[in-house]
Ligand binder design. Structure first.
Ligand code: SF4
Length: 143
């Protein structure tokens, strides 16, 4: 087990990528960081560079212009890295599914480790999702 895997369960650094959302999901991420829900108590911190991230948090319907950038950011993330599809749009393109500028679903562009449902997801769903992700990280750690 490497040092990185050991550290992941204590402090997961997350880079937020918005690829054509209505911005409601992006606002909800900020809600999750307020003292009321306090995602940071799980060691989850938003970072400004994907090069510092352990997870890529994707909101939005993956519009066509964003697809090459999503791939590039995924490549730049240190491995092992995890991908979180946030909300209906992140998971399946949601209400923008048939839009003229919407590309493939996120999981056809890069591998997705966790889907958090909702439009936008409620903080409770986010916390449940984070717990699942930490379990997944623990499973990687034990290998
Ligand atoms: S899932 Fe709903 S709230 Fe989130 S970006 Fe899509 S339409 Fe907006």
């Amino acid at each position: 087990m490497g040092l990185k895997e050991k550290i992941l369960t204590k402090s997961l650094y997350v880079f937020h990528l918005s690829s054509g959302s209505c911005n409601n999901c992006d606002i909800e991420i900020l809600d999750c960081l307020t003292p009321r829900y306090d995602l940071e108590r799980f060691g989850i911190v938003l970072v400004g560079s994907v090069k510092h991230a352990d997870a890529l948090l994707c909101t939005g319907s993956t519009n066509r212009l964003c697809v090459p950038r999503i791939k590039k950011l995924y490549e730049m993330m240190p491995k092992p890295g995890f991908v979180i599809a946030w909300g209906a749009c992140g998971s399946s393109r949601g209400v923008f599914k048939d839009s003229y500028n919407t590309g493939s679903p996120l999981d056809e562009i890069i591998p997705v480790d966790l889907y958090i449902p909702g439009c936008p997801p409620k903080p409770e769903a986010v916390i449940a999702g984070v717990k699942k992700l930490l379990d997944k990280v623990n499973a990687v750690k034990k290998k």
